[in-house]
Design a protein around this ligand. Structure first.
Ligand code: ATP
Length: 241
């Protein structure tokens, strides 16, 4: 479904951050993207969703394809229309408006009111906690609820592919589990997922396959179970040999 090939990204015309990165997200799958801070994971997501420009970044080589169509360098709204939605790191919800208004803002690409109503019902079904707090100001929600809202807002666009940037960051273990279950449910309902995570165990426990990035390049990839059993990965992420 998503095919990134030999991608090179530069910030400020000088800082080379992705150095010929290639990866695939097959249709219907969850793919984990692992790597230390600064490896280039967020940059890859920005390159896919057209969000490099505000960060003074540029694709200098390579292609991004969605179902075979070249979308390299497409602008963010166009990318959403084509079926990709992103949940950025740090739960960037609109803190000063209600949960309800946040969700509706996520539906900006949807054509009709019926479509918006449908998405809305689906999201509230998936997140009963948001249904209860529909009228609350989003900034007053707990960290976990804000993460649910950020995911819910992305789902309002009915993406075929969802990109998630560290959804478990800063959440208590019980909430990490909830986020993981939600991702699994979303995937079972037919959405493909590219999951950026520091929490390798969480990511690999629901992913079908995974990639490990180091300084802008893939240094390892394979089936999730293989990566989970890999001694380098275990040592790096779990402190175990
Ligand atoms: P993290 O988990 O910390 O978000 P990451 O793997 O997502 O790490 P990126 O955020 O993609 O990594 O950053 C990769 C490299 O690019 C880092 O060295 C970072 O300092 C650099 N970088 C990111 N954004 C910019 C920018 N706007 N201008 C210059 N350099 C940048």
């Amino acid at each position: 479904m998503l095919s990134v090939s030999n991608l090179e990204v530069v910030y400020d015309d000088v800082v080379l951050v992705l150095r010929g990165l290639s990866l695939e997200v097959p249709s219907g799958s969850v793919v984990a993207l692992l790597g230390a801070n600064g490896a280039g994971k967020t940059t890859l997501l920005r390159a896919v969703t057209g969000l490099l420009v505000p960060h003074r970044g540029k694709i200098t080589k390579g292609t991004v394809r969605l179902d075979g169509e070249d979308i390299t360098g497409a602008d963010p709204a166009e990318v959403v229309r084509k079926g990709i939605a992103q949940v950025m790191e740090g739960r960037r919800i609109f803190a000063e408006i209600t949960v309800d208004e946040n969700l509706r803002a996520g539906a900006f690409t949807r054509g009709s009111r019926t479509e918006v109503r449908e998405s809305y019902a689906r999201v509230l079904d998936l997140f009963p906690v948001l249904a209860q707090r529909r009228k609350s100001i989003a900034g007053y929600l707990s960290g976990g609820e804000q993460q649910m809202l950020a995911i819910g807002r992305a789902l309002m666009a009915r993406p075929r592919l969802l990109l998630l940037d560290e959804p478990s960051l800063g959440l208590a273990p019980k909430l990490v589990e909830q986020v993981r279950d939600i991702i699994a449910t979303i995937n079972h309902q037919g959405t493909s997922v590219l999951l950026v995570e520091q929490n390798a165990v969480m990511a690999l426990s629901i992913a079908h396959s995974g990639y490990v990035l180091e300084t802008g390049k893939v240094v390892k990839d394979g089936r999730a179970a293989e990566l989970l059993a890999d001694s380098d990965i275990r040592e790096f992420y779990l402190g175990a040999g």
